[in-house]
Design a protein around this ligand. Structure first.
Ligand SMILES: [Zn+2]
Length: 501
């Protein structure tokens, strides 16, 4: 099957553009990851899942994707939206919360951390993020080398800051802090559509009002803040202190992907300004190149039951809350949550609802039942070399700016009238699951010990059956069923599927 032309919407040019990587088949992609001062919420995960689906689709299309997702573990300030170092240290705020949880015995079982140690806090929430991401089938979560932590890259940030000062893009102000000079970079504002004149007026509170007296332009942003009293601090030529928020991503992208220009950079729409605008200015300012990422792709916000998510409205959910039943009142299979968060097109404002979870649960069930009926084996099936209209349409939908909604429609239309040739069904399931990843919940849940537990029990059953020890085999099967699994003997061997909530 000839690969259709892939087109993505590029936020930089505000148009659909054909996608061609710089050095095919390699694709270098950077995704702004979580801050680790708290559990990431489902809105954050919509953005991380969008990046995962994008990667999986590019792999389906034959590309070799190097994906990097950072963990922001430097304690930044609560006024960081404008990144000028004002407000309270978010890590200190997290420490206060955790100290409270520790006092009232609400820390997760087996966790004993020192709420005064910022590194312990960052490790705790970083581990929680990785665990949640693995449960949701996010591939990069299993690649520690591709999950850089900002605190490991402070020296790389300092190298870029030095270069920026040498090239006249940054300066040390009279308060001792280092700022990027937006006037030194003529294309500042290209991504967000802001002009320096508009930004001079404060741009609706998105440009810091602090430190105006010492900056050359109100939109100049922080690269290094000397501050001996900060919880996390490092020595630097500009005094002991901490880096600005934006410089972290420029440094980690370059350090891990090892390219001055990368193919794709993603984030949520709220990252466009100031974060991504500043990343471009820093990276291009340092390298002298006219671009940092060829494609900038941004996911829209998630709404919850028609409302914008916010802590004050009480509609702020974490992945573990939803999985444990805190949203619908019933436990939710991680694969169902995954589907719910990826089934709408990434550039639409998806509305997260209990009804939607129910629909996603029956969709996952439908595809799993079909997979069982046709004895689908992910290790054996392939879509390569299979010609079928539905397969062509499925790939065409994803090639059209990653239209997951349309691709799902194609898949379910196929399930209603599957081809008689089982090879086609296997190919459809293989292509579908390479991107949507919901068939094998054990794979999606390979996070915790659960998948290992299931595999160990299946192995135990197989050993018992080889020895014709039916009593032991039945006993192990009963244990699996007690854990909520449906156990079946198929051509491919014993299969345990978690029953849907
Ligand atoms: Zn970033």
């Amino acid at each position: 099957m000839p690969a259709p032309e892939i087109k993505f919407y590029n936020s930089l040019t505000k148009s659909l553009e054909p996608f061609e990587p710089i050095a095919p088949p390699s694709v270098a992609m950077y995704n702004c990851g979580p801050t680790v001062y708290d559990y990431a919420h489902i809105g954050n995960f919509k953005s991380f899942l969008f990046a995962d689906v994008l990667r999986r689709f590019l792999e389906l299309a034959g590309y070799d994707v190097r994906q990097v997702m950072n963990l922001t573990d430097v304690g930044h300030m609560t006024d960081d939206a404008v990144a000028d170092g004002g407000g309270q240290d978010k890590m200190a705020a997290a420490g206060e919360r955790l100290a409270e949880a520790k006092k009232s015995g609400k820390l997760p079982q087996g966790v004993d951390l020192d709420p005064n140690d910022p590194y312990a806090i960052a490790r705790f929430y970083g581990d929680a993020f990785i665990e949640d991401a693995k449960q949701l089938g996010i591939k990069v979560a299993s690649e520690p080398d591709h999950l850089p932590r900002a605190t490991d890259h402070v020296d790389n940030m300092q190298v870029i800051i030095k270069t920026l000062i040498e090239k006249g893009h940054a300066y040390v102000a009279s308060d001792g802090a280092v700022y990027f000079s937006v006037q030194s970079f003529p294309s500042y504002g290209r991504l967000s559509g802001n002009t320096l004149d508009e930004l001079r007026g404060g741009a609706g509170g998105r440009v810091s009002e602090s430190n105006q007296a010492v900056k050359r332009h109100p939109a100049d942003f922080l690269l290094w803040k000397p501050d001996e009293s900060h919880l996390m601090k490092w020595d630097s030529p500009w005094g002991t202190g901490y880096p600005g928020w934006h410089i972290e991503c420029s440094a980690m992208a370059k350090a891990v992907l090892k390219q001055d220009i990368i193919d794709i950079h993603t984030g949520g729409e709220d990252n466009i300004f100031p974060h991504h605008e500043c990343e471009i200015a820093q990276s291009c300012g340092a390298t002298g190149e006219d671009s940092f990422a060829r494609f900038w792709m941004h996911g829209r916000h998630l709404m919850v039951e028609g409302q914008k998510m916010s802590k004050s409205k009480g509609n702020f959910y974490t992945v573990r809350q939803v999985i444990e039943g805190g949203f619908t009142g019933r436990a939710v299979d991680p694969a169902v949550l995954r589907l719910e968060l990826i089934k709408a097109h990434y550039r639409s404002n998806m509305n997260f609802t209990a009804k939607g979870i129910e629909d996603s649960a029956s969709a996952v069930k439908k595809v799993r039942v079909f997979a069982k009926e046709v004895a689908y084996d992910p290790a054996q099936a392939s879509w390569h070399g299979v010609e079928h209209e539905a397969l062509t349409e499925f790939i065409a939908a994803l090639s059209d700016d990653l239209n997951t909604a349309k691709a799902l429609g194609v898949m379910f239309a196929y399930l209603n009238e599957p081809a008689e040739d089982v090879v086609v069904s296997h190919a459809m399931l293989a292509a579908f699951d390479q991107v949507f990843a919901v068939i094998n919940s054990a794979e999606a849940a390979s996070a915790g010990g659960e998948a290992d537990m299931v595999q160990n029990k299946i192995d135990a059953m197989n050993r018992a059956r080889q020895d014709k020890d039916w009593a032991t085999s039945d006993a192990v099967r009963a244990e699996l069923e007690a854990e909520g699994y449906e156990v079946k003997q198929t051509k491919a061997g014993i299969v345990a599927t978690k029953k849907l909530a």
